[in-house]
Ligand binder design. Structure first.
Ligand SMILES: *Cc1c(COP(=O)(O)O)cnc(C)c1O
Length: 383
């Protein structure tokens, strides 16, 4: 058997909608992107959704929209995909790496106060591999210290958080703004693509301009106008526009999202039930205030494991099973060698080194998952 780590879930619905866009003649940001934004905003419960070329460009624009730049610090976990740290550098600000919770891999609110300096402007919690961060605790600190909260929700489409006794979707947003990714490794995909969600009219307006070279009127408004419209370029900005082919694909993917979510939660429950009794493994912990979308399923190796993490990954690959290392750490990458000096993140490093991500995709059959589970049990049990 050959088991990939993941597989995007798409069919003729995506290609038919894309073909319609091509036939229409309008291929860049247009009616389909607008519709995708409306559907996405409604789904997460936000007032505005603004499509971008990726989550990375969305986060970059979010930092700029809150005037974060040179001399400013942003608190972010090192344990995240490297884009979380990179975007802070893109904005010429400084990422300050903070420690995570051992079990959720999310920013530990207890260490936040210590990381705040007079230069701190924002906190960027990451809903890591779809597990919502402890936003209530993070926001309490942010409000008190007057800091902006920019949620890296790249992996969190469909994840939920218990908010004042009610289940709400990530992206409502609970902080100032949230950024999602539609890379093929995430829940839904548009090839590349991202979405910002916010309830702030002015911030939404600013983002619509930031993605459009700073232009005062949109292409579509000019195109649809009966009188000649001269545009103005009010600030130096970017080209972060999503194409209408991607917008169409996003709409088809939104229809599939409930199926994808249900399947991932079912696969996660199966893995956890099967691995719970085995001393070598620590299944993921879902705090009572969260409902993860299980964008990834991260299993930890305990000190009782008879095999190292890397040897286990090798042995699984020999059996045709693809896994990935646990969530990476940015501070140990060469790109952040200069930021590493005073950084002490033992929990982050251990959590990253002792975990692996298991295969999970909507099309996964019971037999495929059984094959993975059997291999894990065999390799994780002392002979
Ligand atoms: C995937 C990912 C990103 C980057 O998303 P892109 O859409 O590929 O730019 C950023 N942050 C986290 C936590 C991610 O997992």
């Amino acid at each position: 058997m050959k088991i990939p780590i993941t597989k995007p879930y798409m069919d003729a619905c995506e290609s038919d909608l894309i073909a319609e866009v091509i036939a229409s003649g309008w291929v860049t940001q247009g009616p389909r992107v607008e519709e995708f934004e409306r559907v996405f905003a409604e789904y997460v419960g936000a007032k505005h959704a603004i499509a971008m070329t990726s989550c990375t460009t969305g986060l970059h624009a979010a930092l700029l929209a809150y005037d974060i730049g040179e001399g400013d610090e942003v608190i972010v976990p090192s344990m995240s995909f490297i884009a979380s740290a990179n975007v802070i550098r893109h904005a010429n600000a400084t990422p300050v790496f903070a420690e995570v919770d051992r079990r959720t891999f999310n920013l530990d609110p207890n260490v936040l106060e210590d990381a705040i300096t007079p230069r701190t402007k924002a906190i960027m919690p990451v809903h890591q591999i779809g597990m919502p961060a402890d936003l209530a605790a993070i926001l309490e600190i942010a409000r008190r210290r007057r800091l902006v909260v920019i949620e890296d929700a790249a992996c969190a489409t469909g994840s939920e958080i218990l908010w004042n006794g009610v289940w709400e979707r990530i992206g409502k947003p609970h902080g100032e703004i949230a950024a999602f990714s539609f890379h093929p490794r995430k829940l839904i995909t548009t090839g590349e693509g991202g979405m910002l969600t916010t309830n702030d009219d002015q911030i939404a307006e600013r983002h619509r301009r930031l993605r459009l070279h700073g232009m005062s009127v949109s292409d579509r408004a000019r195109h649809g106008a009966s009188k000649m419209v001269l545009e103005e370029y009010v600030e130096v900005a970017y080209n972060y526009r999503m194409t209408d082919m991607q917008g169409a694909m996003g709409l088809a993917q939104m229809e599939k999202l409930p199926t994808i979510l249900a399947k991932r939660r079912e696969l996660a429950a199966n893995y956890s039930a099967a691995l719970a009794g085995i001393e070598a493994y620590e299944p993921p912990y879902e705090p009572p205030y969260t409902r993860s979308n299980f964008q990834s399923y991260a299993v930890g190796l305990t000190t009782d494991a008879p095999i190292s993490r890397n040897d286990l990954m090798d042995a699984l690959l020999e059996r045709g099973i693809s896994t990935r290392r646990g969530i990476m750490t940015s501070h140990r990458e060469p790109a952040y060698a200069d930021a590493r000096r005073d950084v002490k993140l033992p929990i982050t490093e251990r959590a990253s080194d002792q975990t692996l991500l298991l295969p999970m995709y909507t099309q996964m059959t019971d037999a495929e998952q059984r094959y993975v589970i059997d291999a894990l049990i065999e390799l994780g049990t002392k002979s």
